[in-house]
Ligand binder design. Sequence first.
Ligand SMILES: Nc1ncnc2c1ncn2[C@@H]1O[C@H](COP(=O)(O)OP(=O)(O)OP(=O)(O)O)[C@@H](O)[C@H]1O
Length: 355
Amino acid sequence: MAITRDAVVEALRDVADPVDGQDIVTSGIVRALTIEGDAVRFVMEVAPDRAPAYEPVRAQAEARVRALPGIGKVSVLLTAHSEKAPPPELKPRRATPPGGPARIPGVKHLIAVASGKGGVGKSTVSANLACALALEGRRTGLLDADVYGPSQPRMLGVSGRPASPDGKTILPMRNFGVTMMSMGLMLDEGQAVVWRGPMLMGALQQMLLQVQWGDLDVLIVDLPPGTGDVSMTLAQKAHLDGAIIVSTPQDVALIDARKGIDMFGKLKTPILGMIENMSTHVCSNCGHEEHIFGHGGVAAEAERLGVPLLAEIPLHLDVRRASDGGAPIVVSQPDHPAAQVFRQLARRLVADGVA
Ligand SMILES: Nc1ncnc2c1ncn2[C@@H]1O[C@H](COP(=O)(O)OP(=O)(O)OP(=O)(O)O)[C@@H](O)[C@H]1O
């Protein structure tokens, strides 16, 4: 029987990370997994001072994989990620001089998740979509560019200041199979509030180009709400494959969403489609459905604009709880109806060749 990547990953999920408390796949220390015939190789990347403590975990991981049917050679190496140099300061500096849209090295697809108005669930959608794409086997990255309200560290259960091997480049964080970086991890509290346009633009470029994203099939960028400098810079400077616009069915959110669509249109960024979030409220006690913010508004708008309605996500307490708990519903309750909507969304984007 051929060894599959899924089987190896599943086996490794049985092994706990003693520091992180999660399994070693979720905690992101398993790297460079390669399978050649019946031979399996991977490394476990840990902090240098913790290497001795991880030796039993390495042995356990090796034994767990070795127990899989049809396995030949298993090689598991402990490597220490360097924490010598602190990451570079995310400096409020001027963006590089004008130039055309550039591709980010190693990144196949770049997708922006935008909303006209704040609080409509753009970050919730970005986090769940990223996790769902990772579950589809896509090498997925998530950049939280919401400089005024970075929420991805909380949603993906990531904390701490990112390390840098050389003081110039930044090592991203990783959880739930998603490589992630957030402006929130690079800034001291309140720092960004005083930033002006050119500073924000420079910081975004730094995050796109100085973070060691590695080879990614898709990088999702969670933009700040509205059509401000960060959104404009991304659309102008980076080769975006498309933008997804998140809106609630309410008129006010829709009007703002139209402005966002208009901006991307002017900057020649394709709109991949719209997502209606908080589409219908499902009572967590009795299951009764209610359209608190109206219903069908986003579908009608998408039709008017000639763009697809990619998903309708229910407003459900479990979605909020999962995000607040640091494990998006797609990973914490994979059978939940809301999780299924995100999984279908991810499959659709993969099938359409954009992710
Ligand atoms: N479908 C949903 N069901 C329940 N709660 C949701 C849903 N979508 C988002 N929320 C909750 O609504 C709040 C706002 O969501 P989120 O932070 O994703 O919005 P946002 O558009 O990114 O906001 P911001 O303007 O701060 O960037 C969060 O507490 C989130 O957990």
